[in-house]
Each structure stands twice: as structure tokens, then as C-alpha cells.
Design a protein around this ligand. Structure first.
Ligand code: ATP
Length: 453
């Protein structure tokens, strides 16, 4: 086995790998970038889609008690007055009297400006919502906001979902979408940015059953991260102290991940009571009560809200998968993604750029593309190509060589163990499908053989 080097994953290594290999770039980079906005590159977009797909699959497709929504980013401004975001969605902020940089009070360790040491102003509340105008006239009456969370789109559609799907309690609504916050302190790469994506669930329950559903969702959501292949030791739950809770929240847990900069929130799960529906009923004048067929009573459901960040999950998956090991005096960098998250599932590597090897390799490529995202790579030595695929987390490489022309066999090389097996080309799909389903590579098809790189 290759020897492990005691290298720790650092944010610099992750940022550099993401930039170098096309996972994530700074936004508008040719103009010098835009502070705390990021662009997902060709591999990043696939990784992020796989994470969202895994979430949607577990939150919506695999459940009878959930439906999905995709609501608009711009909403009636009254939504934000009713939800409390206009009045309360703010952070205390101080400004340096010398360099005019602004700082979040919670982040300050001293009383002076961390940048220039200058004197700071008294704290002022700063609303985190981005404002814009709807229509041609830029006045107060035309002000709308970019949503700071996707949740409100689900609360205001509670009645629509109830009436059109005829769901009975308990049931939930799930949504994935962009959210915007004019954060004062950003940083740590995609951990805290001003434009980000959320994956949120509003799960409506009968009052009195909320505690048990809350516990259920905390466990369910923790399991989801474990199912993504994230190491158990890098995950923990943190219950909010009473002083941290929003005034309406009955309980809240954060799922935290051990990022290179320390433990930080991946997802929050809150028992929000009936606050949101009561507020929207009050300000819209619409009845948002539920009629319980069993008790023949009307009531406003309680809601459990698991609210996760797509970008933070992506960062956690990248940090967790990052590994370095010493291999023949060189450092091999590997992203050990769970196969369902890997952006490229299989790479086809011909050992020659000449016909008829190319023709055969292209045939295999076309054939496997029907099943998976497959990359064809014929540039540079085979060793370098393996390293490149390791660094982007491709679980399997298939090499086609001159021998393949004679025996119609190809080599499959596994990312994690670097084991290689030779199998008939006609069985490639079956063998790879078995591998993706977690079956043992050592069970070879007739005519196959195994060896080590
Ligand atoms: P934090 O305290 O880290 O600012 P929060 O408690 O304000 O986060 P929530 O309002 O609970 O966050 O949002 C739910 C989830 O949305 C968070 O757990 C996180 O994954 C994601 N999220 C929130 N703000 C950001 C941001 N600025 N950048 C990236 N993801 C974010």
C-alpha cells in the first residue's frame, strides 16, 4: 500500500485544486473578481448537481410525505415584513473611523479595527437583504428584495400545496434555490458568500408531535451527510443555547463539519412552532389553518425546518474527500469522492493516439457514455493521466492498448486502491455497474485477471 503522508487538508490546497482543475473560479475573474461570489466550473457544476440530486432524491423522491417546489426569488415585499426579515434580519456592525472598513461585532476579538488598528464606531444594525426595484421607477414603492432564504416561498404556498396535492399532516415541502445575503464578513472560500444556494425543508406537523418530529429530522439529516460518505468524526451536532434561539423557535440544532478553519455550521434544524404560518395568515388575511379529519378541529400546524447550504455541503465534501499519499517518491493527490458524487465516473485512456487503438477506445467511450459521465483523455503519459483523474476524483479509468485489439480486453484501474483488473470489453458495463453498486471487484468475469499498478 502507498504510504500515507501526514498532510493536513488546508483551505489553500482546496482553493488551489478547485481553481487548477476547474471546480470553482472567482466570479468575473478577468475583471479582478467580485468579492465573495464564485463561479462553478465544468467539474464543480457536476459535483454540485450530484449533491443536490442526492438531497432531492432523499427529501422528495424517496418519500410519500414530501413534495417539491421551485418558487421565485423576487417575492411580494410584504412577505419580508410578515416574516420579520425587514425588522430583524440584521447584524450589529461597527465601522473603522480611519479606513472605513466595516466589521461584524460578533467577529471582533479586540476593540480596534483588525485591519489598521483605528478607532471603531458604536455598533449599528445592518440589514442583510439586497434591495432592488421592480419596474421602471426607482422609488420606495417599487422596492423588492432578493430572497435571503428559500423558506418563505414554501410558507406562502402552504395553502396551494394543501389544496392541490391533498396531502395530510404530517407532510413537508422541499425546495432548492438561490438565496442572497449582504453578509458583512465573508470568506473561507464558498463557506460564506453573498450569493449561495440552499436546500430547505418545511415539515408541517400536528402541534404536540413536534418534539418527536424534530428529533427525527435531526437524525435523518445527520444520516444524509454520512450517506454522502462524509467521515463521522468530522460531523457533530450542536444544540443552540436558549439565548441563541430566535424568539419564536422552540429548539434548534446545527449540524457542524470540521472544516480546515474549525468546526462550523453546515445545516440548521429548527422547531419553528407555528410562527411563520400565523404571521402570513395575519398579514395576508388568508386562512392558513389545517382541518384535522380525525379530531374535526382546525389548527395551525407547527413546522420543523432543516435548512442546508449547497455550497457548504460542496465544500465539506471536497475537504472530506481530499487526500495525499506518497507514491514512488511523489505525492499523489486524490479526491476520494463517494462514487455517486464524483463529477466524472469513468475515464477512457487510450495508450496510443494511433488507429486502430483510437477507434476501439472511441467505441468504448461512446458505449459507456450512455450510462455515465465519461471523459476521454489521450494527452500525456498514462501515469500523468491517472494522477489527473485521481485529483478530480474519477473512480475508474479504463485503458485500451494494443493488446486490446487482439484479445478484446481492457484494463480497469481503481482510484482508491490503484488495483487493476483486465476484463473483456463486452463485460465493461456489467463490471462497472457492479462496482458502482458496491459489489466486489475481485469477482472477475470469465477471462479477467487482477494485478497492482
Ligand atoms: P451563519 O450563522 O453561518 O451565517 P445562519 O445560521 O445565518 O448561518 P441559516 O439562516 O440557518 O444560516 O441558513 C441555513 C443554511 O444556509 C446554513 O446552514 C448554511 O449552510 C447556508 N448559508 C447561510 N448563509 C450562507 C452564506 N452566506 N453563504 C453560504 N451558505 C450560507
Amino acid at each position: 500500500m502507498p504510504e500515507k503522508v501526514p498532510a493536513k487538508v488546508t483551505m489553500e490546497k482546496i482553493v488551489s485544486l478547485c481553481r487548477r482543475r476547474g471546480f470553482i473560479f472567482p466570479s468575473s475573474e478577468i475583471y479582478g473578481g467580485l468579492s465573495s461570489c464564485w463561479d462553478y466550473g465544468p467539474l464543480g457544476v457536476e459535483l454540485k448537481r450530484n449533491i443536490k440530486q442526492a438531497w432531492w432524491q432523499s427529501a422528495v423522491h424517496e418519500r410519500d410525505d414530501m413534495v417539491g417546489l421551485d418558487t421565485s426569488i423576487l417575492m411580494h415585499p410584504q412577505v419580508w415584513a410578515s416574516s420579520g426579515h425587514l425588522a430583524g434580519f440584521s447584524d450589529p456592525l461597527v465601522e473603522c473611523k480611519t479606513c472605513h472598513l466595516r466589521w461584524r461585532v460578533d467577529d471582533l476579538k479586540e476593540n480596534n479595527c483588525p485591519s489598521c488598528g483605528g478607532e471603531l464606531t458604536e455598533p449599528r444594525m445592518f440589514n442583510l437583504m439586497f434591495k432592488t426595484f421592480m419596474g421602471p421607477i426607482e422609488d420606495e414603492a417599487a422596492t423588492v428584495y432578493l430572497r435571503p432564504e428559500t423558506a418563505q416561498g414554501m410558507f406562502v404556498n402552504f395553502g396551494n400545496v394543501l389544496n392541490t396535492t391533498r396531502k395530510r399532516l404530517p407532510f413537508g415541502i422541499a425546495q432548492i434555490g438561490k438565496a442572497f445575503r449582504n453578509e458583512i464578513t465573508t470568506g473561507n472560500f464558498i463557506f460564506r458568500s453573498r450569493e449561495f444556494e440552499q436546500m430547505e425543508i418545511e415539515y408541517f406537523v400536528k402541534p404536540g408531535t413536534d418534539k418527536e418530529w424534530f428529533d427525527y429530522w435531526v437524525q435523518e439529516r445527520l444520516n444524509w451527510y454520512l450517506n454522502l460518505g462524509i467521515k463521522k468524526d468530522n460531523l457533530r451536532l450542536r444544540q443552540h443555547m436558549k439565548t441563541e434561539l430566535a424568539h419564536y423557535a422552540l429548539d434548534c440544532y446545527d449540524i457542524e463539519y470540521q472544516f480546515p478553519m474549525g468546526w462550523a455550521e453546515l445545516e440548521g434544524i429548527a422547531n419553528r412552532g407555528n410562527f411563520d404560518l400565523v404571521q402570513h395568515a395575519k398579514y395576508s388575511g388568508k386562512n392558513l389553518e389545517y382541518f384535522d379529519d380525525e379530531t374535526k378541529k382546525h389548527y395551525v400546524p407547527y413546522v420543523i425546518e432543516p435548512s442546508a447550504g449547497v455550497d457548504r455541503s460542496t465544500l465539506a465534501v471536497l475537504c472530506d474527500a481530499y487526500d495525499e499519499e506518497l507514491d514512488n517518491d511523489e505525492i499523489r493527490v486524490v479526491l476520494r469522492f463517494d462514487t455517486k458524487l464524483a463529477p466524472i465516473k469513468v475515464a477512457i485512456l487510450p495508450l496510443s493516439r494511433k488507429e486502430p487503438v483510437v477507434e476501439l477506445a472511441k467505441q468504448v467511450y461512446t458505449d459507456l457514455r450512455q450510462c455515465w459521465i465519461v471523459q476521454y483523455d489521450d494527452a500525456q503519459s498514462i501515469g500523468r493521466r491517472y494522477r489527473r483523474q485521481d485529483e478530480i476524483g474519477t473512480p475508474y479509468c479504463v485503458t485500451i492498448d494494443f493488446q486490446s485489439l487482439e484479445d478484446q480486453q481492457a484494463t480497469i484501474r481503481e482510484r482508491d486502491s490503484m488495483n487493476q483488473i483486465r476484463v473483456p470489453i463486452s463485460t465493461l458495463k456489467t463490471v462497472l455497474t457492479a462496482k458502482f453498486n458496491g459489489e466486489d471487484l475481485f469477482v472477475l468475469p470469465p477471462g479477467g485477471q487482477i494485478w497492482k499498478e
